[in-house]
Structure formats: C-alpha cells, structure tokens
Unconditional design. Structure first.
Ligand SMILES: [Zn+2]
Ligand SMILES: [Zn+2]
Length: 338
C-alpha cells in the first residue's frame, strides 16, 4: 500500500480512505480523530470523535455535552480497530490530553503529530517518540530563527517585575487552553505561592485541569467590586487573562497594569510592539526549530510530510539532510495565540 492510500490531504483535512475517518478535520465529518482540544483542531459537529478522555472532556467543556453524536475515548497507547485500520494515540506534550495519531495498516505505520513540543510541561504527558514510516509533522515555528528560551527564565522575568513594580498589577495574556495553566504551574515551580487571579473565561478550563490532577495552587476570580479602593487590591498581583482581554476596558479596572503576553511569537519583537506588550514572555506550546529537527532525527521516518506553519523551510532542511519530504499545504489551522 502506498502511504497516500492510507492518509492524504483533502479540503476537510487529512483523510484515511480504508478506515473512513479524518484527523482534525476543519469541517463536520462522520468520524474524526481529534489530536487535542485547541479550536482549530477540535471542532463540534462530527458524527463520532476518537480522542483521549482528556480531549473529549475539554471539547465537552468548550462546546457542550452534545459536541458529537458518539464519543469514542481512547487512552494513550490503547489500540482500536477502525474498519480494519489500527489506530492508537501517543502523548504529544502540547496541552493536557494532546496526542499524536498513530495509524497502522498492512505493515505501514504513519504518525500525525498534531501540535507538539519536546520541552518539559508540568501540565501534560511528555512527547513520545514513535518510530514510523511516514512522519506527519506540524511546522508552526519551523524557521532557524525560532529558538524558545528556558521557560523558567521567562517566568522569572515576571517574578522580577512583580518585585520591581509592587504597586502595579501584572496582566498576563495567555491562551485559555494549556498556556494559562502552564504559566500558573511554572510560577508555582519558581516558588510563587500568592493567589493568582484569573479572568472568567479561564475558569472552566482551570477547573478541568484540576479535575485531571494538575495542581494550580490558589486561584481567585479577577473581579472588582463597585466600591472604590478595591482596584488597589490588585497591586503587585498576577492576573491571567485571554490575550484578547488585555487591550479591552476590562483591563482598565487594574492599577497601572504591566501587560505581559506568554507566546512563542514574542520572539518576534514587532509582534510584541504591535500588541503593546510591555513584558513579552517567550513561552510556547510548539516545538521550536531545534526541537522539530531533532524530532525528525529521533523518529527517523522514511518520509517527512509537513502539515501547517512554515512548511518550506522544514522541507528544505529535510532535503538537505538527505530525507524525502513534502509539504501538505493543509489550510484552516491557526496558531496565532499559541
Ligand atoms: Zn494546538
Ligand atoms: Zn494548531
């Protein structure tokens, strides 16, 4: 069997004809494998969804219990037969429940990473190297210029700023699924044990992470009472909110906020400037260039296929290193806030 016969791109996403399922489809389909809960990968309305129990819980929290007609939970490393095709999930290290989809049929094994990273994340299982024939990788930060610094160093910048500006609130924009909880966990690891305040939009997912055993320490809602003076309650405090909330009137309730943004894109100074970010924190849930290229070497596939992001640089690197590689040019995946 040719690899293209087992998995190939279609307008709805990657499709497996013998198994009759899609992986992270961008349109409603009869059966989907969902790698993780981010909105560009996990959409509501599929007939059946195969995903880790964590990912199914995240989808239910975001879209409501009726997000699919049939949930087909699949714990890491358990195998399921889908119309004669063997499917299993391996940890991707991206967010809680994130998985690589492993597809096996007639002696051919293909692995779809979904989004992934290699560095340590206290909120989810670490990426697992699965040797395979065809490795289908994301390429969000696939340019040599992308090098993510140590997460602890970035988090210490925030802690230093709190010491330096005890009279100012510290408003940290962080994607609601994964990044927010990860920033909180790393703050705790660096010894920050004050209550952390969270925007209402983060409550449900922080509760869900806790239900799945991730310790976030004491969290409080970032609400201000109408009486005067309460604004000062947030002096020297950390408030985590969705990136979009930083520039809204909601943010004006806090005293002279230092605006921070936790994102891999903060490596690009221009992006930080455009957003008016005073304290850029380069914290990414995606592999950087070194992690991407090291992962291809670790997996050592016969062919590398590249799904979304900076496909050309990654494919070029592979070819220079004597590998067979091709861009898939999938559309509909946006990792702007990650
Ligand atoms: Zn993602
Ligand atoms: Zn993505």
């Amino acid at each position: 069997m040719k690899p293209e016969e087992l998995l190939h791109p279609t307008p709805q996403g990657l499709y497996c004809p013998p198994g009759d399922f899609f992986i992270d489809p961008v349109a409603a389909v009869s059966r989907a494998i969902i790698t993780h809960g981010h909105a560009d990968h996990a959409r509501a309305g599929h007939g059946a969804v195969i995903g880790t129990p964590e990912t199914l819980a995240i989808m239910a929290a975001r879209y409501g219990e009726a997000f699919t007609e049939a949930r087909e939970p699949l714990a890491y490393r358990n195998k399921v037969d889908v119309n004669g095709v063997t499917v299993w999930l391996a940890p991707a290290g991206h967010v809680l429940g994130s998985a690589q989809a492993v597809i096996e049929h007639q002696g051919l094994r293909m692995v779809v990473t979904g989004d992934f990273k290699r560095r340590r994340d206290p909120t989810c299982e670490a990426f697992e190297v699965v040797p395979c024939d065809i490795f289908i990788s994301e390429a969000t930060f696939a340019l040599p210029v992308f090098h993510h610094p140590h997460t602890a160093e970035e988090v210490r910048k925030l802690i230093d700023s709190l010491r330096q500006f005890p009279e100012r609130a510290h408003l940290v924009g962080a994607y609601a699924l994964g990044k927010a909880q990860r920033v909180i966990c790393h703050l705790r690891e660096e010894g920050y044990d004050e209550p952390i305040y969270i925007h209402g939009a983060l409550q449900a997912l922080c509760d869900l992470y806790r239900e799945w055993g991730v310790d976030l320490g004491e969290l409080r809602p970032a609400t201000v009472k109408d009486d005067r003076g309460s604004k000062q309650d947030f002096a020297g405090k950390v408030i985590i909110c969705p990136p979009s909330a930083v520039q809204t009137t909601w943010a004006r309730r806090f005293p002279d906020p230092v605006t921070a943004f936790a994102s891999g894109w903060m490596r690009v100074r221009q992006r930080a400037k455009q957003r008016g970010v005073e304290l850029p924190l380069i914290i990414s849930d995606h592999a950087d260039w070194e992690e991407l290229t090291r992962t291809v070497e670790d997996v050592d596939p016969r062919e590398l296929w590249v799904t979304h992001g900076r496909e050309d640089a990654f494919v070029r690197w592979a070819e220079i290193n004597g590998r067979i590689a091709r861009p898939l040019r999938l559309v509909g995946y946006e990792d702007e806030n990650e």
